[in-house]
Design a protein around this ligand. Sequence first.
Ligand SMILES: C[S@@+](CC[C@H](N)C(=O)[O-])C[C@H]1O[C@@H](n2cnc3c(N)ncnc32)[C@H](O)[C@@H]1O
Length: 286
Amino acid sequence: MTLRWRDLRQQSVERLRAADIEDPDREVRWIIERASGRSPSEQAAALGDDTTEREVRFVDQMVARRAAGEPLQYVLGRWGFRTLDLFVDGRVLIPRPETEVVAGLAIDALAALDHPGLAVDLGTGSGAIALAIAAERWPHVEVWATDRSQDALAVAGANLAGLGRRAAVVRLAEGDWFEALPADLRGRIDVVVSNPPYVATDDPLPPEVADWEPREALVPGTTGLEAIEQIVRAAPRWLRPDGVLVVEIGETQGEATAALARDAGFATADIHPDLAGRDRALVARR
Ligand SMILES: C[S@@+](CC[C@H](N)C(=O)[O-])C[C@H]1O[C@@H](n2cnc3c(N)ncnc32)[C@H](O)[C@@H]1O
């Protein structure tokens, strides 16, 4: 018997509710949008329409994954970041709204230059920050996107392919922080930006994060400051005079990070808030 969208929707909401998903109505709207290509208002207008077998199978698979606790973003395989719609899966961190603010600080620093900018995104993951810079500053920018994880670079590469001709200004490079970069970039970079892992080993993480997102993208070591410290200390050698370092930080790491930046020789070190008013980014000028 053919199933109507109204019934498939209702069944799916009930399955997610039984799995303790907080807002099953909203999540099922996302899932149906992914399976059918219909926006929420189109879904509302088509509740009496028949589904196809393929659509039912796709929705069922996504609902089963979500009910098992997998984050919605991985289930959908896509997530929005600033102007971009990025492919994401379990090989990369899910791009966060607070990182949109961090990317914005890097974009603002590049927009203030009176020459085409050279930018580097260290630990690019899905490519979120680097590709946002390329999308919003094209063609006045060259961007290097690095990661130590080959898996992450594969995802960033897939997202780069979706950037069309703007992809020509982006280079991907594998390696440990600045070591991934060619030596001739030393002293020439206008903006270094990074959202490094910054969670301490003992900091509690919600199960949806701890069980599904890559640990190496979240935890750099015991204190949580290890990766930030490495980047802040090495950055002055790679930035041009007046170059800017933008680093995402945890909400309790502002004071320690600003002190690290001053100690590394930066002329200024300011801490910027995210949209919720929590300390979220270091902006330091060489
Ligand atoms: C918090 S995630 C950020 C991902 C992405 N930039 C974003 O904001 O969504 C940190 C990234 O740094 C990478 N990473 C961790 N240690 C690294 C290292 N030593 N060198 C280079 N990349 C590293 C991880 O693989 C991960 O992709």
